[in-house]
Write a protein that binds this ligand. Structure first.
Ligand code: TRP
Ligand code: ZN
Length: 886
């Protein structure tokens, strides 16, 4: 907890570390009521600096110093200075050894940062600044050290003792204790350090690397989860192969370990050789985890594995460079997922997520550049902007350079900086070297926050057969930044003729035409591209594949959108045309909904959906994407000031109308798909994901008709499905339906069946907390009192508090402010226990500016109430400070 106002950390004040730590020797003595950490640090004055000996300031928080010695000489209390965050002393020589012993209390650590206990095991989370809660250290990523770690613990409860690298020695002690020593041959920053101690069982496999080395792969889990490891293990092996083939990156230790823990603030952590996962992000089997969970696991396992190069071998100089590893690694894992499944579907999913969540962040009070310039609490900067927008920035570089040069650039980056802690500029410099291009202007994507807008207009002159595209770019002001300079925006485009075929493309200054698609580099505030020999009035297909993270305005007629949805040769843009069409239709209903219960609906949406459903050769995965209306969150983002209740009602109204209009073909298709699902065993692969997705989407539409035959089908799917994807989708339909008794019965039987599986119970909690039916607040209050709920478990908090505030729109945004007050109460409660979670959970309230005045006032009132609720963590303080108007 904070004692004084947290300080701003500023990028421009970066200085090289005064001292380096060559070797780090740690010994842990783990006990039930405390742990002792002995550290021996082999240190030296940074040889890159002058030969003075400035004071040594080590980071440390919530540590009880038991013992401190410099070169073997015990230091007395006058020879060092302790503060709440540091230990300062005066070295006498340029090279020295510092030894310390601290006492900590992992069993009381509810912040889940540093060393803590989760379901009876000890584990650690050090990124970003958790290591300072384990021992006094230079806890910054540009201090890289070789680690040796010995863990002592009671043998019966903690038979497995793990750390980074390779096990080199072990032994038994009296009193039923034992110990293991691990040695990590690679230098690493402290944030990649990890230990685990617990009664864990292990699933083993091996992987032979491209140079023929055999690597032992081990997944450590609680014994009841042994049958949920196969998918994660398969994902790991696929990731290892893919990184070799696609990036030439080989694994570098003899062991790679994954540990699943139940209490974890984020998804997973890439600790060197010892990845630690939130159990929800690695454990799966058909009966308990949905297809979406299987896909998420595949991508997170890949993400953490890929960090071994993009993050660990080459790490970040400071936390302002966080996107150097995260943006690049998200880009890499999205390429991987695209290769493993459907590339178009993956792109659609990523863009839908980015536009709903990252664009909202970029438009709100927490907006920051991909490389921020200042922060109070770094944990608050593990954001959609750093991760998802950062990945888009890397993707644009990939688009601009092309596959081959990008690979050369990445090779050079890894080779040049292996073993170093570097910056985003170093990454760009490697790409500049291999391509010979100047990326100075491009780098504005790293320094300027906010989502750029592209306003595109066009004109066709039949007489001269010329077609002009005029592109204007702008970027709104964001906190602390105005007057943005133009970005480099790769604009992928094609011109379609009346048959929907891509026409040849020749710019006025070019001697020959290109076929199909091309990427225009937009670099000016306003720019016109003139195409010649354009035989007929074209329909432009713009920003294909979402080639840049921008908001594009081009005034398509609805007929043009219908045409693009059916004929565009770019799968992504087909989907996008459908989204824009649906958005226009829904917005039209939003405008009417205050006046009438029966708004007029443009019939073109139902017509084109009918046509798509009738098209047998359409990929079911694409059909499912086409039929999915834009999310409520995305629609809200389209308004300067949104009325969330009207938007919710309008979206429901349009969905219901579509369901009635398309009932017959939807039912027929649903039954056919359901039959296949019944007849085939569950397989976690793209084709089956697609079938189940479409099947479940059709079921959700059909349930809107409140037809009893459909309800029976839903109950049947719920009752007999052999997999969680079908079962949970049916449950969600029931929970959101007026069939209250059936829903209640289904919830009870589900809870009974899966009572012993916390990951399944999370889904049970979430489906109820997210319900759109009235009475949401009472429902979540009730869930909070369920014996399986615990505010100390982040997955449970996300399942109840998170699902309610991000998905249950009409309840969270209730006109009396009760939803907001509920979230505020939970945030205040959480902040005492887990500041990172408190700050994260608060984010829906920080978006108050997006809403109507009434909602704005209610939301601000709750922000103020939190601010005045007592002592706040630095995490929560920063978010509140930025969100509240002065
Ligand atoms: N580096 C981790 C990842 O990208 C992120 C992470 C895991 C994290 N746990 C954390 C960040 C705790 C901050 C705090 O997967
Ligand atoms: Zn990451």
């Amino acid at each position: 907890m904070r004692t004084e106002q947290p300080k701003m950390i500023v990028l421009s004040e970066y200085r090289l570390p005064d001292y380096l730590i060559e070797e780090t020797h740690l010994t842990f003595e783990l006990h039930e009521s405390y742990a002792l950490v002995h550290a021996r640090l082999v240190m030296q004055r940074n040889p890159g600096l002058d030969d003075t000996l400035p004071p040594l300031r080590l980071d440390g928080q919530q540590l009880e110093l038991v013992d401190l010695a410099l070169d073997g000489q015990q230091l007395s209390a006058v020879e060092y200075t302790l503060t709440a965050n540091s230990l300062e002393l005066q070295p006498q020589r340029a090279a020295f050894e510092l030894t310390s012993t601290v006492r900590i209390e992992p069993q009381n650590n509810t912040a889940l940062e540093g060393l803590y206990k989760s379901s009876g095991m000890f584990c650690t989370q050090c990124e970003a600044e958790g290591f300072r809660k384990i021992t006094y250290y230079l806890d910054r990523p540009d201090v890289m050290s070789r680690f040796t770690t010995t863990i002592h613990a009671e043998k019966h409860s903690y038979p497995v003792l793990l750390s980074n690298g390779n096990p080199v020695a072990s032994g038994e002690e009296e009193n039923g204790r034992h110990w293991v020593t691990w040695e990590d041959p690679f230098k690493k920053p402290a944030y990649l350090f990890a230990i685990v101690a617990g009664d864990l069982w292990c699933v083993e496999d091996t992987f032979t690397t491209m140079s023929g080395r055999e690597v032992a792969l081990r997944m450590y889990v609680e014994p009841e989860n042994l049958d949920k490891c196969q998918h994660g293990m398969d994902s790991l092996k696929k990731s290892m192969r893919w990184d070799e083939e696609k990036y030439g990156r080989e694994y570098d230790l003899d062991i790679f370990m994954i540990v699943a823990v139940n209490d974890f603030n984020m998804g997973a952590m890439e600790n060197k050789g010892l990845n630690i996962f939130n159990s929800s992000c690695v454990l799966a089997k058909a009966e308990t985890a949905t297809d979406a969970a299987h896909q998420r696991i595949e991508s997170i396992v890949a993400h953490e594995y890929f960090h071994n190069w993009s993050g660990n071998r080459v790490t970040c100089r400071d936390w302002f460079q966080l996107s150097l590893k995260e943006g690049f690694t998200v880009f890499r894992d999205s390429q991987f997922s695209a290769d493993m499944n459907s590339a178009v579907v993956k792109r659609i999913e990523d863009v839908a997520y980015l536009r709903t969540h990252q664009f909202a962040e970029d438009a709100g009070p927490m907006a920051h550049p991909v490389r921020p310039e200042a922060y109070m609490e770094i944990s608050n900067f593990y954001t959609l902007t750093i991760y998802e927008k950062g990945a888009e920035v890397v993707r644009m570089l990939h688009t601009l350079l092309g596959e081959e040069l990008f690979r050369k650039g990445s090779d050079l980056y890894f080779e040049r900086h292996d073993g170093q802690a570097v910056t985003c500029d170093d990454f760009i410099a490697a790409l500049e070297t291999v391509s010979g291009s100047d990326l100075t202007q491009f780098k504005r994507w790293y320094s300027q926050a906010g989502t750029p807008r592209l306003a595109i207009t066009d004109s066709y002159d039949a007489a001269s057969q010329t077609y002009q595209l005029t592109v204007k770019q702008s970027c709104p002001d964001t906190p602390g930044q105005s007057n943005k300079q133009p970005f480099v925006i790769p604009l992928s485009m094609a011109l379609l003729n009346a048959q929907g075929a891509a026409m040849p493309l020749q710019l006025a200054n070019e001697s020959a035409a290109l076929t199909g698609e091309r990427v225009l580099a937009v670099t000016e505030a306003e720019q016109t591209f003139t195409f010649i020999h354009v035989a007929e009035q074209p329909l432009p297909s713009l920003l294909r594949g979402f080639s840049a993270p921008v908001i594009m305005d081009y005034d398509y007629s609805r007929d043009a959108l219908v045409f693009l949805l059916q004929h565009d040769t770019d799968g992504f843009n087909r989907w996008e045309a459908g989204q824009q069409l649906a958005l226009q239709v829904i917005e039209e209903v939003v405008a009417q909904i205050y006046e009438t219960d029966e708004p007029m609906l443009d019939t073109r949406l139902a017509e084109v959906f009918t046509a798509l459903l009738a098209q047998d050769d359409l990929d079911p995965a694409m059909l499912a994407e086409f039929l999915a209306l834009p999310s409520t969150g995305y629609i809200i983002e389209q308004y300067e000031h949104a009325d969330p209740l009207a938007i919710h009602l309008a979206r429901e109204y349009v969905s219901n109308q579509l369901a009635f209009a398309l009932k017959a073909p939807m039912l027929e298709r649903y039954q056919a798909l359901r039959k296949v699902s019944l007849e085939t065993a569950y397989v976690a692969q793209a084709e089956d994901f697609a079938r189940r997705r479409l099947q479940n989407m059709l079921l959700a539409y059909l349930m809107r008709t409140e037809d009893l035959e459909v309800m029976d089908a839903c109950l049947d799917q719920f009752g007999v499905a052999d997999n969680m994807t079908e079962r949970l989708a049916a449950l969600a339909c029931l929970v959101n339906s007026p069939f209250v008794d059936e829903a209640q019965k289904a919830l009870e039987s589900f809870a009974e069946r899966f009572a012993d599986d916390p990951l399944v119970m999370d889904q049970w909690f979430s489906v109820q907390a997210a319900s759109l039916l009235p009475g949401g607040l009472e429902r979540v209050q009730h869930l909070l009192h369920h014996p399986d709920f615990s505010i100390k478990n982040p997955n449970k908090v996300r399942a109840v508090v998170g699902a309610f505030s991000t998905q249950s729109t009409p309840n969270f945004h209730a006109l009396d402010g009760s939803g907001y007050a509920f979230l505020a109460d939970k945030v205040i409660e959480l902040d005492r226990l887990n500041p990172q979670m408190a700050a994260r959970m608060l984010s829906p309230l920080t978006r108050w500016q997006r809403f109507d005045l009434h909602q704005q006032e209610l939301m601000q009132a709750q922000l103020k109430r939190i601010k005045n609720s007592g002592e706040l963590s630095a995490d929560l303080f920063e978010v509140l400070d930025k969100s509240l108007p002065v």
